[in-house]
Design a protein around this ligand. Sequence first.
Ligand code: SF4
Length: 345
Amino acid sequence: MDDNDELAALGAMIREHLLWEAASGHTRLPIHVAQAVPGVHASTNAPLGSNAEEARVETSPVSAGPRAPASPPVLRSPPVLRAPPVLRAPPVLRAPPVLRAPPVLRAPQGPAPDVEASAIEASAIARPTPAERTAPHAGSPGASSRLDATTWPVADRERALQVLADDAARCTACRLHEGRTKTVFARGSSTAQVAFVGEAPGFHEDAEGVPFVGESGALLDRMVGAMGLGPDEIYICNVVKCRPPENRTPLPDEAAACAPFLARQLEIVAPSMIVALGRSAAESLGCAEPGRSWRGAWGQWRGIPVMPTYHPAYVLRTPEMKRPVWEDLQQVLVKLGRSLPSRKT
Ligand code: SF4
């Protein structure tokens, strides 16, 4: 065997060995040597990106003969994936509250008010309060803080009465306002000597807004004329200022609701005498007790003498009651110091 044959045999052996190693994945030959052998493909376990010249493939010793199968590659557990950090929302920054400056209290400007004039003004327009409107009746002790209008000029009295009348026209304190056409406040003089207080407006009064018109009013006017009283000496009004349905008697709560208006009227006019026309009016003034005789018996309302007598409407239906009524009116005249007229109604 010459050198060439020997070299070829050696190459064959090396190739066979390399094929075996390549099959098993191991070689220690430099890659460029292994690749130089025809038919041999060295496996490269070199890390990616490493220098090819320096990369070496592991191989078992050449003399080791057949090798045991390589142990399976150690499987590395996958990297633990950590949950991404929870991103917290940034805290909401609230705007600080706006602090308002307290209102500046200014001292009153101009000259000091006329105290005396203001007192008259305040008294003149004193009106019933809601509490007063629920008072039991006009004669109850706490129904109203009493006004002393006896020294008021006529103009102040009339102005105060007009303010009250305007209030009554807007009043809705009781159910009677629902059916009224007009409120019926009063007629007569603000400086009257005698006040006549009836029960409630009727059909004609509701239509005209004036108390005691129609037949009852005509009879009352005749009675007043027979007493010798002039128009400037009388004041005529009712317990309630709105007409009850079907001309019925006012219910106690209706009379109580309207009592402050009556009380203020009488306080402003400040008559010397009051004539209560009918039982309802007498009760509202505190001068009649249920179940007891009431007509012709003197009573009082806040120091003012009250004579209760029959209502003109009742006298119209019961003519024989004219005499007792006339006797009651004569008592009023006597108390007033007037001379008795020679004739009756
Ligand atoms: S009757 Fe008197 S209390 Fe009743 S609504 Fe008329 S004004 Fe007001």
